[in-house]
Design a protein around this ligand. Structure first.
Ligand SMILES: C[S@@+](CC[C@H](N)C(=O)[O-])C[C@H]1O[C@@H](n2cnc3c(N)ncnc32)[C@H](O)[C@@H]1O
Length: 227
């Protein structure tokens, strides 16, 4: 994934992308575990830093671990955060790693009071990779801690589906995205339906997903690690 132009592309493809990180952080900030001052929070797949910018602005007291396997994304994120005024007082530990590798490092199991995973699960195939990612996230969290998960979902079959598909293309065109770029943006994604997500998160150690928003195919859920 190329960090150059990443944020503009996402806002052309995802309705509401501009406020997604703000909403995700606000939700986690009010969760039973992460609302405590100084909570340790994991930002899984931090990409170019959208959730981190919001986290340091809303919760400068949080101790953040910013994680991404891509050196390019991590560098872009670090650069962006270094220019943010709120970052000066924030504690951020940077890790070039997957969540699956992080959890096997000493002291990471059961460490975090909350987690954010925005637009990451959708890129992993459902061949064991999604379950490995979700299981690692659950293992990183304290019992009762919550994860905000945002992803492209496979739509439930409904008579509205052709209209919704057409509306998504119309949204992208109206946002200035040409047809080939729109096609490129949807490639390499592996959306799943709600029933499959529920089965995967339960197997990983979370309770049932609670949907907290939806914009066309993009849905946000709160997941709570089983006590
Ligand atoms: C589409 S970007 C999302 C970035 C950011 N969260 C956002 O909302 O804009 C997905 C990111 O997840 C990272 N990623 C992929 N697999 C991962 C894994 N197993 N653990 C952690 N991050 C991963 C990718 O390197 C990429 O930067």
């Amino acid at each position: 994934m190329n960090p150059a132009g990443y944020d503009r592309l996402q806002s052309q493809v995802i309705p509401g992308y501009g406020s997604l990180a703000r909403l995700a952080v606000a939700l986690l900030s009010c969760s039973p575990e992460a609302r405590a001052t100084g909570s340790e929070v994991l930002v899984a797949g931090c990409g170019t830093g959208a959730e981190l910018l919001e986290a340091v602005a809303q919760r400068p007291d949080w101790q953040l671990t910013a994680l991404d396997p891509s050196a390019e994304m991590l560098a872009e994120s670090q650069q962006r955060l270094s220019n943010a005024p709120a970052t000066a007082s924030a504690a951020i530990r940077w890790q070039q790693s997957t969540v699956e590798d992080l959890v096997n490092q000493t002291g990471m199991e059961g460490r975090f009071s909350g987690g954010l995973s925005v637009l990451v699960l959708q890129s992993l195939p459902d061949d064991g990779s999604k379950l490995a990612f979700l299981s690692a996230l659950a293992r990183c969290l304290k019992p009762g801690a919550q994860l905000v998960l945002v992803d492209l979902m496979r739509s439930a079959q409904s008579s509205l589906e052709p209209q919704l598909d057409a509306a998504w293309l119309a949204f992208q065109a109206a946002s200035g995205l040409d047809a080939s770029a729109a096609l490129g943006a949807s490639q390499g994604l592996h959306p799943i339906g709600l029933a499959r997500l529920t089965s995967l998160v339960n197997a990983a150690g979370f309770g049932d997903p609670a949907r907290i928003f939806q914009a066309l195919g993009f849905e946000g859920f709160l997941l709570q690690k089983q006590a």
